[in-house]
Structure formats: C-alpha cells, structure tokens
Design a protein around this ligand. Structure first.
Ligand code: HEC
Ligand code: HEC
Ligand code: HEC
Ligand code: HEC
Ligand code: HEC
Ligand code: HEC
Ligand code: HEC
Ligand code: HEC
Ligand code: HEC
Length: 465
C-alpha cells in the first residue's frame, strides 16, 4: 500500500535513475484528482472515484479521541485490483452521509473501536465466514474485551483484499505468526514445518476462522487422525491398549520428545460426555478451587474430592468427574513435533516410579472462551489413597501407584464408606494387576528383540512385526 508513497519520497533522492519519471509520478500522486485519472482507478465506479477524490491523497488524516492520528489514505490502485472493487466503498461504508461527511467532525474513540464497528459490515456478504469466526476462541476473546485478538481486518486489509485463489495454497504465509511468534518459530523447525512441499500451515490443524481453544475436547487429535488415518493401527503394533493411551496421552506428549510433561485433570461431564465449560459471567472454578485449596499449596486428594462434590452439588451439569490426560506443558512444546524415530517409545518413561511425566499436576476447567482455567494440584494426588474416588480412572502403572491401597480397602470397608468405593478399589486392583502383567510382558518381549531404550533405535527400521 505504501507503493505510491515510496515513489513520492524517492523523487527527492539524488541518486534516482530517472528523475523525470519520478517527478511526473510524484505530481500525479500529490495533486488532488490527478491520481484518480492516472490509470489507477481502472474499473472503479463513479461513486468510488468520488470518495477517492479526497481519500487517495496520502496526507489525509484525522485525530482520534485517544489522541492518535488515523491515516485516511486509501490507495486507489490496490482497491481497484482488490476483490471488493465490485462491492464499492458503499458496500461497507453505507453509514456515511455525504451531506455532512468530511466537514462535520466525527468522534472515533480509537482505531480498534473503529475496526470493531466496521466489522459488522462483513456480515452482509460473508454470512458463513462471519458465523465461523463468531464461534472461535478469537471472537470469544474479543467479546471478553481483548484488545489483541484478531478482527477481520487484522488478517484482511479491507481495501486491498486479494482472492484466496491468488494465495497459492500452502506457500502463502498465514497471518497467525504475527501474534503467535514463538509458536510459529517452534513450528517451523518441526517435522511438519520441514516437510518441504508437503509442509502444513497453522490452519491445517487449527482452521482459519473457526479456531478453537487448543486443549478443548478432541478437536486437534481428530485433525491429526484425519490426515494420519493409519496412525492408530501403526501404534497398535507396539503399544498395548492403544485407544486408552491415545485418549490419556496427547500426541505431542510422545512426539515432542524434549518437552516437559504434566498431568491435566480435566473436569468432565460424565453424563453429557464432554468437557465442562464455564458459562460467561458465572465464574466458579477459580473461586471454588481457591476455597478447596485452603492453604494455597495446591489441591491435595481430599481437597480435590471436596471440589468435585461441590461441583456436583451446585451444578445442574450432571455427574462431574475428572479425566486425566498427560500433555506437554507449553504451547511452544506442543509444536516441536519430531520425526517418528525420536518419539517416546520406552514404556519406562512413564511407567516407572517417580517418572518425570507425573511430577506436575493441574486441575482445569474450560473457561468461557474454551481456554483452560487452571489450579495446581500436588503431585501426590495421583498417589494418594484419598484421590481414589476422583482420579481413580487415571493411573499409569508403576508411576502413580497408590501404595496404601490394601490398607485403604480395609479402611473403607471398616468405615462403611460403602460398597461402591470398595467395588471401585477391587476393580482398580485387578486392572492394575492385569496391566502390570502387560507392561512386564511387553518389556521382556522388547528386551528379547534388543530394543529396550529409544537411543538404540534407528530411524525407520524399528517396527516390531
Ligand atoms: C470532500 C472530501 C471527502 C470525500 C469526497 C469523502 N471523504 Fe471521507 N473523509 C474526509 C475527511 C476530511 C474526513 C475526516 C473527518 C473528520 O476529521 O472527522 C473523512 C473521514 C472518513 C472516514 C473515517 C471517519 C468515519 O466517518 O468513519 C471514512 C471511513 C471515510 N471518510 C470514508 C469515505 C467514503 C466511503 C467516501 C465516499 C462515499 C468518502 N469518505 C468521501 C473527506 C472526504
Ligand atoms: C470490504 C469492506 C470495505 C470496503 C469495500 C471499503 N472499506 Fe473502508 N474500511 C473498512 C473497514 C473494516 C475499515 C476499518 C479499518 C480497519 O479495520 O483496518 C475501513 C476504514 C476506512 C477508512 C478509515 C481509515 C482506516 O484505515 O481505518 C477510510 C478513510 C475508508 N475506509 C475509506 C474507504 C473508501 C474510500 C473505500 C472505497 C474506495 C472503502 N473504504 C472501501 C471496510 C471497507
Ligand atoms: C487470523 C486471521 C484471519 C481472521 C481473523 C479472519 N480471516 Fe478470513 N481468511 C484468513 C486466511 C488466511 C484466509 C485464506 C484461506 C483460508 O485459509 O481459509 C481467509 C479467507 C477468507 C475468505 C475467503 C474464503 C472463505 O473462507 O470464505 C473470506 C470471505 C474471509 N476470509 C472473510 C473473513 C471475515 C469476514 C472475517 C471476520 C469475521 C475474517 N475473514 C477473519 C485469515 C483470517
Ligand atoms: C457488499 C458485499 C461485501 C461486503 C460488505 C464485504 N465483502 Fe468481502 N467480498 C465480496 C465479494 C463480492 C467478494 C468476491 C467474491 C467472493 O470470492 O466471495 C469478496 C471477497 C472477499 C475476500 C476474498 C475471498 C476469496 O475469494 O478469496 C475476503 C478475504 C473478504 N471478502 C473479506 C471481507 C471482509 C473482512 C469484509 C468486512 C470488512 C468484507 N469482505 C465485506 C463482497 C463483500
Ligand atoms: C492479531 C493477533 C492474532 C492473530 C493474527 C491470531 N491470533 Fe490466535 N490468539 C491471539 C490472542 C491475543 C489469543 C489469546 C492469548 C493466547 O492464548 O495466546 C489467541 C488465542 C489463540 C488460540 C487459543 C489458545 C489456547 O490457549 O487454546 C489459538 C489456538 C490460536 N490463537 C490460533 C491462531 C491461529 C491458528 C491463527 C491464524 C489463523 C491466529 N491464532 C491468529 C491473537 C491472534
Ligand atoms: C500439526 C498440527 C498443528 C499445526 C500445523 C499447528 N498447531 Fe497449534 N497446536 C496443535 C496442538 C496439538 C496443540 C496443543 C493442543 C493440546 O493442548 O492438546 C496446539 C496448540 C496451539 C496453541 C495454544 C497454545 C497454548 O498456550 O496452549 C496456539 C496458540 C497454537 N497452537 C497456534 C498455532 C500456530 C500459530 C500455528 C502455525 C505457526 C500452529 N499452531 C500450527 C497442533 C498444531
Ligand atoms: C493436513 C494433514 C496433516 C495433519 C492435520 C497432521 N499431519 Fe502429521 N504429517 C503430515 C505430513 C504430510 C507429514 C510428512 C510426511 C510424512 O512423513 O508422512 C507428516 C508427518 C508427521 C510425523 C512424522 C512421521 C515420520 O515418518 O517421521 C508425525 C509424528 C506426525 N506427522 C504427527 C502428527 C500429529 C501429532 C498431528 C496432530 C497434532 C499431525 N501429524 C497432523 C500431514 C499431517
Ligand atoms: C505413547 C507414546 C505415543 C503417543 C501417545 C502417540 N504416538 Fe505416534 N508414535 C509413537 C512412536 C514411538 C512412534 C514410532 C513407532 C515406530 O517405531 O515406528 C510413533 C509413530 C507415529 C507416526 C508415524 C507412523 C508411521 O510409521 O508411519 C505417526 C503419524 C504418529 N505416530 C502420529 C500420532 C498421533 C496423531 C498421535 C495422537 C493421536 C500419536 N501419534 C500418539 C509414540 C506415540
Ligand atoms: C508417555 C507416557 C506413556 C508411555 C511412553 C507408555 N504409557 Fe502406558 N500408560 C500411560 C498412561 C498415562 C496410562 C494411564 C491411562 C489411564 O489410566 O487412563 C497408561 C496405561 C497403560 C496401561 C493400562 C491400560 C488400562 O487398561 O488402564 C498399560 C497396560 C500400559 N500403559 C502399558 C504400556 C506399555 C507396555 C508401554 C510401552 C510399550 C507404555 N504403556 C508406554 C502412559 C504411557
């Protein structure tokens, strides 16, 4: 858009190759009206030309209520070449009344407020896209008052919109990186970023307009599996209980080998079978977690249990449960996916006492925009007998063993807490025994094949069959 401006500036540069041409161009852009007749307005309607009589002048600006200057310069050429030349200025600026326009001062509080107000006009012609956008985490953030989440015009210059057909598929950089710089950097180094012609862009996994909060539901995992259709079958070859693992362990937790992992205990509606999201304007999670975590040192087993009880008492939500998922700690790490030869295969990485993966635990509920609200839990909750009722469904044999289980079983029976708990414990014990057996078997099978550690493996040639 600064093309004509640059030319105006370079006209005064002493080393210019063609001073005469530059002079002519400078005049063309600086004298009102001339620009519109210099071939830049090809294909523009009479009405649009009328607007550009004033607005194609580089110097035109106005002062906003926040004291900042807003340039009112609209380059005619870029607009004439944009997909919107057919709709015309009036298509989006129908509110402008030429009788008073430009003479009566208009109060605009700031650039962002103006973009927000004018964004409504997109709806008239792009219903479907606007609807997708409104369903996104970005739109939810805007609703919450975020000054940083993108509006339409942060990604599309409304006065120079090119057709997506002009953007040649994956080669075109997607504007996500403007705001998610560190993730974009990590992503470029990843197996997908480095895949040459096959390299993906952000929107292949996150969508363009309907971007969802990353840790919400199974969206992203399903995206992975929609391209890697044989992935489940390929893991089955070596990973017992594959479905369970793929549910309880996020893809990056194994495929981003250098990442730090953590256990995320997600509040889950066991009846509706989905993650629980907080309603707009009814903050509960942060407050209730603080109340349950009396000394602020992180939720322990008992506090976790009482938090769940509180939710189940206050909610019409149904049966609230916790669902554990092993995941990476940061958004950057989630994008450092490596070649398959570097993925974590060694059972002991997780199924070992004191395994690194289980040293950090948090409890989350999806906030109104879908992003997780967090409260730390003590790592002990995974080992604590008191947590059996709340996190009993999540355990990795060997690492999160509940040492006092036998005692607990007796105690619960004596205390008469009831048959359900005892039943749960028995089921848990037998699962555990079975699972332990499977791990041991897999381990000795692996040893027999001489591949106990991932360092032994060579790229590609290590699939047991
Ligand atoms: C006679 C010159 C002139 C013409 C013709 C003109 N404008 Fe403007 N326009 C201005 C000036 C001057 C301002 C700054 C007004 C202020 O300071 O409040 C402005 C401000 C604006 C603004 C920002 C403030 C607002 O009202 O939102 C928009 C958008 C705008 N013009 C669009 C248009 C469109 C669309 C047309 C054609 C329908 C048009 N203008 C025609 C001179 C003009
Ligand atoms: C596709 C819709 C659309 C069309 C067509 C359009 N505008 Fe705009 N215009 C906007 C939006 C949206 C903004 C708010 C600025 C932003 O968000 O960057 C804006 C802002 C402006 C501004 C204020 C300066 C600024 O950058 O914020 C002026 C002046 C303006 N438009 C003039 C025009 C003129 C003149 C035309 C026709 C040549 C035109 N517009 C065509 C959507 C449009
Ligand atoms: C975060 C950046 C971003 C935001 C915000 C955004 N877009 Fe887009 N949009 C893109 C990209 C990139 C494409 C190119 C094609 C693709 O990836 O789908 C695109 C394509 C489009 C298309 C053509 C293809 C289609 O999906 O119909 C339209 C129309 C469009 N955007 C309108 C809008 C409107 C209206 C808004 C605001 C409600 C908006 N966009 C917000 C990045 C964005
Ligand atoms: C008066 C109708 C109208 C309005 C209002 C309008 N557009 Fe468009 N837009 C069109 C038409 C017509 C096209 C070209 C045909 C198409 O591809 O849909 C288009 C194309 C686009 C494209 C490129 C689509 C492609 O084919 O790749 C984008 C991006 C886009 N518009 C964004 C916006 C944004 C952002 C706004 C609001 C600031 C907006 N439009 C407002 C009519 C409109
Ligand atoms: C104009 C700045 C801007 C642009 C452009 C932008 N985003 Fe965002 N995005 C934000 C902000 C601000 C947040 C909220 C803070 C955060 O989570 O990083 C956010 C949040 C997100 C989230 C949710 C994060 C979570 O915790 O779950 C995802 C996913 C996301 N963006 C993906 C994208 C993708 C994909 C694109 C490109 C299509 C994109 N963003 C373009 C500013 C932007
Ligand atoms: C191969 C698929 C894929 C691609 C491509 C991808 N992401 Fe992600 N993204 C993910 C996954 C998986 C997560 C983590 C989800 C989870 O928490 O389970 C994530 C998380 C995020 C988050 C939330 C981070 C947080 O703090 O929790 C943002 C923001 C984001 N991605 C932006 C981007 C941007 C920008 C790009 C392009 C540079 C991109 N992503 C490319 C899969 C992808
Ligand atoms: C749009 C399709 C697409 C999506 C979505 C996608 N991938 Fe990929 N993935 C590819 C392509 C293409 C390659 C590079 C070619 C290849 O090796 O298969 C690749 C490579 C990989 C590799 C390296 C395989 C090897 O042979 O070393 C892993 C691991 C991987 N993807 C995991 C994931 C994960 C995890 C997700 C979701 C977060 C995901 N992919 C999402 C297309 C996709
Ligand atoms: C428990 C760790 C773990 C989890 C969880 C995991 N993977 Fe893997 N994945 C691996 C290992 C290890 C390999 C390499 C296996 C081998 O030796 O060939 C692999 C291989 C792959 C491959 C390459 C397959 C091939 O041979 O062509 C893809 C693609 C892949 N995984 C995608 C995914 C996706 C998508 C997810 C999430 C749904 C996921 N993985 C979850 C450990 C895991
Ligand atoms: C990245 C960490 C990780 C790796 C690597 C891993 N697991 Fe697991 N595994 C888990 C987690 C977490 C669970 C708990 C699932 C749950 O209870 O929801 C689990 C559960 C299990 C279970 C019990 C499933 C059930 O029925 O509840 C078995 C058996 C098992 N793993 C065996 C293995 C074997 C054998 C390997 C190596 C080939 C392995 N795992 C590698 C994390 C891992």
């Amino acid at each position: 858009m600064t093309r004509s401006r640059t030319m105006g500036v370079t006209a005064t540069a002493p080393h210019l190759a063609s001073p005469i041409l530059a002079f002519v161009l400078a005049i063309a852009f600086l004298i009102p009206g001339v620009a519109a007749h210099a071939g830049n307005d090809k294909g523009l309607s009479k009405e649009d030309k009328a607007c550009l009589e004033c607005h194609a002048k580089p110097g035109l600006d106005m002062t906003l209520a926040d004291g900042k200057k807003l340039s009112l310069y609209i380059p005619a050429k870029a607009f004439a070449e944009s997909t919107h030349n057919s709709s015309g200025c009036d298509g989006c600026h129908s509110e402008i009344d030429m009788k008073s326009h430009g003479t009566e001062k208009k109060i605009i509080s700031g650039k962002r407020e103006q973009s927000l107000a004018l964004m409504d006009s997109c709806r008239d012609c792009h219903k479907k896209t606007v609807k997708q956008y409104e369903d996104s985490v970005h739109a939810a953030l805007v609703q919450e008052g975020s000054q940083k989440a993108p509006l339409c015009s942060d990604c599309h210059n409304p006065h120079a919109t090119r057709s997506a057909k002009d953007m040649t598929g994956h080669a075109e950089p997607v504007p996500c990186e403007k705001c998610h710089e560190s993730i974009a950097r990590a992503y470029t180094e990843s197996v997908h970023g480095q895949a040459g012609d096959e390299a993906l862009v952000c929107t292949d996994c996150h969508h363009t307009h309907n971007v969802k909060a990353a840790s919400l539901g199974e969206n992203l995992k399903n995206e992975c599996l929609s391209c890697h259709r044989d992935a489940v079958a390929k893991h089955k070859v070596w990973l017992p209980n594959t479905e369970r693992h793929l549910e309880a362990v996020s893809c990056p937790a194994c495929h981003s080998p250098k990442a730090k992992r953590r256990v995320n205990l997600r509040l889950y509606d066991g009846v509706a079978r989905q993650q629980v999201s907080e309603k707009v304007g009814v903050p509960q999670f942060v407050r209730m977690a603080q109340v349950a975590d009396m000394d602020g040192a992180g939720l322990d087993g008992r506090a976790l249990w009482s938090l769940l009880q509180d939710f189940n008492r206050s909610g019409e939500e149904g049966k609230m449960v916790l669902r554990g998922r092993l995941e990476v700690q940061t958004g950057v790490e989630a994008h450092q996916l490596a070649k398959k030869s570097q993925a974590i295969k060694d059972c002991d990485t997780c199924h070992r006492e004191g395994a690194e993966s289980f040293q950090s635990v948090s409890v989350t509920m999806a906030g109104p925009d879908g992003r997780p609200l967090r409260h730390d839990a003590r790592k002990g909750v995974l080992n604590s007998a008191e947590s059996l009722g709340s996190v009993g469904g999540f355990y990795a044999i060997g690492s999160t063993r509940i040492k006092l289980l036998d005692t607990l079983l007796i105690l619960t029976l004596i205390a008469g807490i009831g048959i359900p708990v005892a039943h749960l414990a028995v089921k848990w014990l037998s699962n555990r025994a079975r699972a332990k057996r499977v791990v041991a078997e897999a381990r000795s099978a692996a040893q027999a094949k001489g591949q106990t550690s991932p360092d032994d493996r060579r790229p590609g040639g290590n699939t047991p069959n």
